[in-house]
Design a protein around this ligand. Sequence first.
Ligand code: HH2
Length: 280
Amino acid sequence: MGVINVTPDSFYDGGRFLDPGRAVERGLELVEQGADILDVGGESSRPGSDPVAEEEEMRRVLPVLRGLRGRSKAFLSIDTTKRRVAEAALDAGADIINDISAFRFDPSLLDLAAARGAAVVLMHMLGRPKTMQHAPSYGDVVAEVRTFLEERAAAAREAGVARESVVLDPGIGFGKRLDDNLALINNLPALGESGYPLLVGPSRKSFLGALLDLPAEERLEGTLAAAVLSVVRGAHVLRVHDVRAVSRAVRTAEAVLAEGRETGSREPGAAEESEARHAG
Ligand code: HH2
């Protein structure tokens, strides 16, 4: 999943794709680089950010979605928590609603997704972007995020969203300390036990900055490591800015993981482990 932020203030690509033409070109470029899904957002959710008015959010994202729909067959995702924005985005050709509140801010969005046959991404966040990084704390972060996601998945199913249209996301950086983010990536198999596909969004986020003491512009290598490990631990979708680099890294990792399954030429222990990871 390639990220296109049509915002002036996103933490990494803010201001680069405010012009709809440039945003569409960027989307097409990301598809060329290997993206199957494009996630278009008109409101930054970086820690401390303020909400954007509905009208303004629509003004930003709709021309981009229409432009992409006319020129690409990639799945289009709208990154929003607002019903009017989501509805207009689906009219403009979006296939997926990516809601960082997991449809808590406006549960009626789930009815909309069900009625329109849209897929949904349910993401874990502690509170709201404005305050989520104010001393977040958990007893057992993996268990709490898992319970939350399973409850939201049940709500989506109850609203009529098809099982195969639900994707779960631990919400890297959304009300999480460094160790919480690391634990969630390392323990993705526990989140995967629900049977729903998992999306992980580590791209250039501040946990990498905290780990390596580097600004967002220099977090590509950290992103690659987090992306590869997420796949090894069972992620199905990676939400990233650097599609070409991540796609190359992940394809290499997947080839290594697939090796024993195809040739059967290695030690049985390693083969079984690789199989188990794939099954997970
Ligand atoms: N991360 C961001 C925004 N939306 N959606 C999902 N499902 N998962 C994520 O991890 C996720 C997300 C934040 O990253 P970005 O869009 O690059 O920044 P900003 O919120 O500043 O626009």
